[in-house]
Design a protein around this ligand. Sequence first.
Ligand SMILES: NC(=O)c1ccc[n+]([C@@H]2O[C@H](COP(=O)([O-])OP(=O)(O)OC[C@H]3O[C@@H](n4cnc5c(N)ncnc54)[C@H](O)[C@@H]3O)[C@@H](O)[C@H]2O)c1
Length: 350
Amino acid sequence: MPFHLLDAMHREGFEEVRALHDRRSGLRAFLGVHDTARGPAFGGIRRWEYRDESEALLDCLRLARAMTRKCALAELPAGGAKLVVLAKSGVDWNGAYRYIGRAVEAMGGRFYTGPDVGTGDSELACVAEETAFVTKPGPAGPGALAESTAQGVFHSIATCLRHLDGEENWTARTVCVQGLGAVGSHLARFLMERGVHVLGADVDTERATVMEQELGIELVDPNLALDQSCDVLAPCALGGLLHDVTLERLRCRIVAGGANNVLARRLHGDRLHERGILYAPDFIVNSGALIRGALFHLDDHREPAEAIGERIGGTLETVLERSRAEDATPLRVAVAEADERILAWREASG
Ligand SMILES: NC(=O)c1ccc[n+]([C@@H]2O[C@H](COP(=O)([O-])OP(=O)(O)OC[C@H]3O[C@@H](n4cnc5c(N)ncnc54)[C@H](O)[C@@H]3O)[C@@H](O)[C@H]2O)c1
């Protein structure tokens, strides 16, 4: 079926979608600006080997839209955007990221960008040569992004435990952290400090062993992370983890982690609910880095990671209470709540 971009933009309420092509560096990218009704749009730069440009464009639209929902639930004066770059050989990447920097600068502050899959400190340093509307690596930037995300996951887990059991009772809990990278390792440390029994899994065995030695966690086979009997599964690796097949393997009571798009599709949230597993919506749980970055850029202020975590825990608590009152899944409530807020701010902005 042909894909009609303008129809999709109309359906999803997009403001602008741009195709970026730099003859000199070979860059090919899409920039989707979903919403600036409440403030500038925030979204990182994802560089990925997409099958073709349709897949890249769809990913751009989906991620930009999700960012607006993230901003809405985090009550930030900001909206969502995303820049996706088609990874391929033969591109002058330093030149490509500088080109992106100039494109961002030309938008005059309507769009702020930052890290995402495939775009780290060295790429952002190139973007930052051309624009200030980027999350700079190092001391000039907001810092503590992964730690803020991990604090959000930690406080979300606490909220889920209180929601189900009325208490955290950390020392009686087992949490399985899948992915011991920037977010997962901070999370594992916060949990160990509370006396939680932490199981950890990473496909990078060297990294896993370092984490075992540094933190004292118990390592499990990464292929069996989903099968662990535990209170909480915290996915902190890649998205698309839970689908028709993998979902049936779970032996946990709660899923709350840092990864984006943990569920392959929204209906998998319903399936988890039917199985009696509490799913904390990823776009609430992992909003710590966005909050830290947005407050840094818009308020010139580095919000402590702990305070960000508490704020996220509070947002999730409101959603879980509404979910219980309305007998709806937390995911559906979170999406409805976000969309209500987006509609209200669009009406207020005329
Ligand atoms: N860093 C942030 O602040 C932030 C913010 C929002 C969302 N996220 C999301 O959280 C997730 C983790 O981010 P990160 O910054 O920690 O990334 P990272 O690359 O530092 O860590 C990911 C880790 O997961 C491991 N991994 C990959 N596949 C795995 C598998 N199948 N089983 C077990 N381990 C596996 C990798 O080896 C790596 O150590 C990503 O999905 C990211 O998009 C991160």
